[in-house]
Design a protein around this ligand. Structure first.
Ligand code: SF4
Length: 440
């Protein structure tokens, strides 16, 4: 049997390097010029209120631009870019597409832009009781070109092509994917692809990200493109470059087992660069105290009287995005004195413990689960899906825990500023301006 091919190309000029990647992987072979092509970048989230460093978090616009240009040059006419980013309220897809320069691709090449969150979802039955609401535009596409980022993920270890398709389902289904037992994350999201015509995966490895998937992780310049017509092969190579064996990434093993695919890299053909010349471990997780009382950094600062339970995979992206602000707000409330014996619990399976005087229930799931929990002495429910940080500050203040929201604002500036003037880090990678000359 012919081996599936994965190309690894060191990026010099993006357009040339992508051409080379596609040539080595025969990437366009499965596409017909009359196909309705959906390009699915990874725009997991965006923020217009506070500084947002996209390095290693969001697919670069220079890769998307180069891809669109190549497709147009090959005669493809029916191109759509679609994404359903995580939102904490109203979807801002249009503004995000504008910020990423996609509107220029629309003007120049007639590329259609679709914010899945503002479009239709179709209830899709997988035939065995498993159901998801999938974006209509993704289901209607003849072929999907999946363009994830080479990044780590604090719950899934790596977030590559198979994981990127989670942006094709609606909020309700995203929450369902963070369930328990058979509905646990590593079983659910690898099934999304079963209903989608993914013909090509292009892992954008201009940057990589440790402790992802969001901007609180740390990015590194990597300058790689990993491309394959085989979604699993592409993810296996991406994972290997990030230092993960296939067997250690549960969603990849689940996917391979379910479909009878091999996890052995020797069963795939790698062309271009060698994995061993680029592989470097990218840490996916935050260090927590052994006693499960919070991030190791809290212990180092001498924070006591507070136990923030380590999140689990039932915490969905909405609450995950608010988790870091929550930590910073608790940290801001520490004024050298112990907290009044407080615990914080999150997600769909953590139960409050009778050893604490106050139980903060972060998010509607923790609130529902612990509503009648007799172990709770004083409940501090922070309802919301996900909870609002302003509300958190207000409710904690009533319990005598005074947080300073400005500390979180300062932290966000710090996250952004740490890439300033660092060689290789350029926000221009999230614009299409740089292609203007070569295109016109
Ligand atoms: S409260 Fe949080 S964990 Fe629960 S469904 Fe909402 S976002 Fe997910």
């Amino acid at each position: 049997m012919e081996k599936a091919t994965v190309s690894i190309v060191k990026v010099s000029d993006i357009y040339q390097s992508l051409q080379e990647s596609l040539k080595l992987s025969d990437g366009l072979a499965g596409l017909n010029v009359n196909d309705r092509i959906l390009i699915k970048p990874n725009i997991v989230s965006w923020d217009f209120d506070l500084p947002f460093p996209p390095f290693g978090v969001v697919t670069t616009s220079v890769v998307i631009s180069a891809l669109v240009r190549i497709l147009v040059e090959h005669g493809f006419k029916n191109l759509t870019i679609g994404e359903g980013a995580v939102t904490n309220g109203k979807s801002q897809g249009d503004a995000v597409f504008e910020a990423l320069g996609y509107k220029k691709l629309q003007e120049r090449y007639g590329v259609k832009l679709v914010d899945f969150n503002q479009d239709e979802f179709i209830a899709t039955d997988y035939g065995d009781g498993f159901k998801l609401d999938i974006a209509k535009k993704a289901l209607e596409a003849d072929k999907i070109i999946n363009v994830p980022v080479l990044k780590s993920h604090n719950q899934a270890k790596v977030s590559l092509g198979i994981k990127n398709l989670k942006g094709c389902i609606n909020k309700k289904s995203k929450q369902f994917c963070h369930g328990l037992g058979d509905e646990e994350l590593s079983h659910t999201f690898p099934r999304i692809i079963e209903k989608l015509p993914v013909a090509l995966t292009i892992i954008d490895g201009l940057y990589t990200l440790e402790k992802g998937p969001g901007p609180t992780g740390k990015a590194f310049r990597k300058d790689l493109l990993i491309v394959s017509r085989d979604p699993l092969a592409c993810d296996l190579v991406g994972a290997a470059i990030m230092g993960y064996k296939a067997e250690d990434v549960v969603h990849l093993t689940n996917y391979a087992k379910r479909h009878g695919y091999s996890l052995n890299l020797e069963d795939y053909e790698v062309k271009g660069e060698r994995i061993e010349d680029h592989h470097k471990y990218v840490n996916y997780d935050w260090e927590w105290t052994e006693e499960d009382t919070g991030p190791a950094g809290f212990k180092k600062r001498g924070i006591t009287g507070l136990a923030i339970r380590k999140y689990d995979s039932s915490l969905c992206t909405g609450c995950s995005a608010q988790y870091n602000p929550m930590l910073i707000l608790f940290s801001s409330a520490y004024k050298g004195k112990p907290f009044p014996n407080v615990e914080v619990i999150t997600g769909k399976k953590q139960l409050a413990d009778a050893n604490f005087d106050y139980s903060v229930l972060f998010g509607k799931c923790a609130c529902h689960l612990n509503k009648d929990n007799p172990a709770i002495k004083n409940s501090i429910p922070i309802w919301g899906c996900p909870p609002d940080m302003g509300k958190l500050v207000e409710v904690l203040a009533e319990a005598g825990i005074e947080c300073d929201y400005q500390e979180y604002v300062r932290f966000r500036h710090y996250l952004f500023d740490r890439y300033k003037n660092v060689e290789g880090f350029q926000l221009a990678d999230w614009s299409v301006e740089s292609l203007q000359e070569s295109v016109n």
